[in-house]
Design a protein around this ligand. Structure first.
Ligand code: IMP
Length: 195
């Protein structure tokens, strides 16, 4: 029988992405599949802390083994801001345009444009916890370019490319992204367990 694992998300895109890879050995379900409509707390000040907080919440409240992710954009010249606060950098509205505008204005005149996206996945399985991360390095460009993707994609140009994530499009992005790298680590860990 397949082992049931809850992915602490209601983002269908993320769910499909991971089910495609891990679905043959694990039954991966979302929060709505377990009837969880709670506003899960994310009050830690690190990506690791938030991912663990979300995974523990599900284990404690619902009893399922679980994994959760958290992602941030870390900009070198801004002491790694916005980092864990990426979603609400310009305020609580989770407004991607406002977040990018704020970042571009903080970066005005800065020569060092280096940044990285970092995803952390926390897994709780059989009473143990595990962390997996994925990092992609790149640069913050000076103005928005492209319309694919979401969040900070129009101002992030991954290393080795001459276009932003928003210009490269989902297919290329999903092969090289921070999230894909972290998910691949999780999936290879899970597949080794089920062999
Ligand atoms: P989450 O942890 O996946 O919800 O990501 C937190 C925030 O980081 C999002 O609201 C976005 O602002 C930003 N972010 C996460 N992943 C990406 C990405 O792949 N491209 C651009 N922005 C992202």
């Amino acid at each position: 029988m397949k082992k049931k694992l809850v992915f602490a998300t209601n983002n269908l895109h993320k769910l499909q992405e991971i089910t495609k890879i891990a679905g043959k050995d694990f039954e991966i379900v979302s929060l709505s599949d377990i009837n969880c409509h709670d506003d899960i707390p994310e009050t830690a000040d690190t990506l690791e802390g938030n991912a663990l907080q979300k995974a523990h919440y599900i284990k404690e409240q619902y009893g399922y083994d679980c994994f959760a992710d958290d992602t941030g954009l870390e900009v070198e010249a801004l002491d790694n801001a916005p980092g864990v606060y990426s979603a609400r950098y310009a305020g609580s509205g989770h407004d991607a345009e406002a977040n990018m505008n704020k970042l571009l204005s903080e970066m005005q005149g800065k020569k060092n444009r280096k940044a990285r996206f970092r995803t952390v996945i926390a897994l709780i399985l059989d009473e143990k916890e595990y962390l997996f991360d994925g990092i992609i390095k790149g640069d913050i460009i000076e103005e928005k370019k492209g319309s694919a993707g979401f969040g900070y994609d129009p101002i992030f140009m991954p290393e080795g490319y001459t276009q932003t994530f928003a210009e490269l499009g989902d297919e290329i992005k999903n092969n090289i992204s921070h999230r894909a790298l972290a998910v691949n680590k999780l999936v290879s860990f899970l597949s080794n367990l089920s062999e």
